[in-house]
Design a protein around this ligand. Structure first.
Ligand code: DHE
Length: 540
């Protein structure tokens, strides 16, 4: 689109800018980036131009779109995957955001090791903590549940379905991860606040906190033999960097910037840290850098002399999970429509697989396909399929499947707007949500397939209706299937508005019947749920 250099950005008062900045951080930065250079979402700079491979120059920008058009895009979304905000933002806020993004983005401040140390707070010192489990909860079947809009995490007993504790955390916790021992839960808020929860206390509570960034999504711990519970690592969206901390106190030890050059050879000022996972076969973390497409294998044996292997893959790395053997980590390069597979034993890229639009695996799902052997599954935000990729196996019985390795062996028909797929080693089912589908009924439902026959769904379960909550106009998104430790139950969050009654619906995986609807006035906007045992051992 031609860009008229004379167009000026709409004027804004300081108060308007402040209000817009807050909304941008909370609702937009995750997809479009703080500097608005785009990743999962489009570039939102006032002017941008890029030279395509054939030497053709393309120009565009928010200024050329103008306030009216931007208001409509933000309000109603687009076919390109932009979600609608007319049910979240008021008309005035839509106008405010349409004007704000035509102005030059502010560059937020950095956040140094000293800033992080200043924010560090050990609430219960290690020597004052219990030396054994002080409660009677079956800790390995506890679910750590994000209560997104209240900045809390609920710890729910998976056996009795009782909420055992609700702890204050950072804003909109993104994920929970477990220490190697299963004693500590690490959670990270979007605001970069890390909280360490000790499950051994009589009532599990936060024992240490630190802020590692202004904007963050990922955290994990050191899980290799000899390093259990020693370190934690958390990744920042802004500033683009990761921090290595002491595992039991969260004392920040080292900050490493991820600014650098993309796989195409261009410098990027905001390469955000996406998923992080701890290897079981080496003392390493796999750290996926979104905008550059570089996968870092960070060796934590000597953090003073940090050794990192940098593996080029594809731009816009996001979420991912292990294959069944836990040797290969498969990560979505979502806006590149690819899955990158890292061989963590060799420290090399095993494969770069072309898949349908915007893969979004969560952690993916591993099972043995009747025709193609071991496969890893990913859903898609932008396509109506669940993709199955064949993964290598050292089991002699799987020799005949080698020919399929790293190929897309099947695209199972689903609907667009999928966020998470899940199965369990003892389950005969594959579950997938469609939480971001524009149709209310589909957003409120999940689909289940029989692993022995993926030709058609076995059931589409309307989770919102099954919950029996009062019907409201607002969409109650059925999101994030998570198995119980024994693989016999599947828990689904119903993620509605902040003032709607929320619920977690627990299904029997064998019969697909509702076993329990967990509701509580204190359980507001549940999203991700992390079963202690399955998260500790990366079972999916
Ligand atoms: Fe997530 C995983 C980033 C929106 C719920 N999400 C991840 C991971 C990243 C990420 C990098 C992988 C972490 C890891 O494994 O170390 N998510 C982002 C975004 O940038 C994005 C697109 C926009 C944003 O502003 O945050 C985004 N995510 C969402 C949501 O809207 C969800 C549905 C609800 C919410 O809480 O905000 C959501 N993301 C989740 C969940 C996981 C996750 C539940 C963990 C999946 C798992 O099973 O491990």
């Amino acid at each position: 689109m031609a860009q008229d250099a004379k167009i000026e950005a709409p004027a804004m008062t300081a108060a308007e800018k402040e209000a817009a900045k807050k909304i941008y951080f909370e609702r937009c930065a995750g997809c479009h980036g703080v500097l608005r250079k785009g990743a999962t979402g489009k570039n939102l700079e006032p002017h941008w131009s890029k030279v395509e491979k054939d030497g053709k120059k393309t120009e565009g920008g928010t200024l050329a779109l103008g306030t009216g058009r931007l208001e409509r895009i933000i309000g109603y979304g687009t076919d390109g995957g932009m979600v609608n905000f007319d049910d979240i933002l008021t008309k005035e806020e839509l106008n405010l955001m349409a004007r704000y993004i035509q102005n030059t983005p502010d560059v937020p401040p950095e956040f140094s090791l000293k800033d992080q140390l200043d924010s560090w707070n050990v609430i219960v010192p290690v020597d004052k903590r219990p030396t054994k489990q002080m409660n009677k909860i079956n800790l390995s079947n506890v679910f750590s549940v994000t209560l997104r809009d209240t900045g809390e995490v609920a710890l729910i007993d998976g056996d009795t379905k009782e909420i055992k504790s609700i702890v204050k955390t950072g804003y909109a916790v993104h994920i929970s991860r477990l220490s190697a021992s299963g004693r500590y839960v690490y959670v990270i808020g979007r605001d970069g606040r890390v909280s360490l929860i000790d499950l051994w206390m009589e009532t599990p509570a936060v024992v240490a906190e630190v802020k590692i960034a202004f904007d963050a999504r990922s955290i994990d711990t050191s899980k290799f033999k000899g390093f259990e519970d020693k370190y934690a690592i958390a990744g920042g969206y802004w500033p683009p960097q990761y921090t290595i901390m002491e595992g039991d106190t969260l004392k920040p030890l080292k900050v490493v910037s991820t600014r650098g050059v993309t796989v195409d050879g261009d410098y990027h000022p905001e390469p955000r840290v996406a998923s992080i996972v701890s290897s079981f076969i080496k003392p390493e973390w796999v750290v996926n850098i979104k905008e550059t497409g570089q996968i870092l294998l960070v060796d934590y044996t000597d953090i003073e002399n940090l050794k990192t292997t940098t593996i080029g893959s594809a731009k816009f790395l996001h979420d991912g999970g292990w294959d069944a053997s836990k040797r290969y980590f498969l990560v979505a390069a979502n806006a590149s429509n690819k899955i990158a597979a890292v061989d963590t034993k060799k420290g090399t890229l095993a494969a770069l697989v072309d898949v349908a639009k915007i893969p979004h695996p969560g952690r993916g799902a591993n099972f043995t396909h009747p025709k193609y052997g071991p496969v890893w599954a990913t859903g898609h935000l932008g396509a109506d399929v669940v993709t199955l990729i064949s993964t290598p196996s050292e089991n002699a019985k799987h020799k005949q499947f080698k020919q399929y390795n790293w190929k897309v062996v099947q695209e199972v028909k689903h609907v667009p707007g999928n966020l998470f797929v899940k199965t369990h080693p003892v389950s005969k089912h594959l579950w997938a949500d469609s939480a971001q589908n524009p149709e209310k009924d589909l957003a409120e439902s999940v689909t289940v397939w029989d692993l022995a026959d993926l030709s058609k769904p076995k059931a589409v379960l309307h989770v919102a209706k099954d919950a029996g909550l009062p019907e409201t106009k607002a969409v109650k998104r059925a999101v994030h299937p998570e198995y119980s430790k024994d693989g016999k139950e599947v828990w689904i969050s119903l993620w509605g508005g902040k003032t709607d009654q929320s619920a977690i619906v627990v299904y029997d995986d064998a019969t697909l019947k509702v076993k329990k609807v967990i509701t509580d006035p204190k359980m507001i906007t549940p999203t991700g749920k992390f079963n202690v045992y399955n998260t500790q051992h990366d079972i999916y």
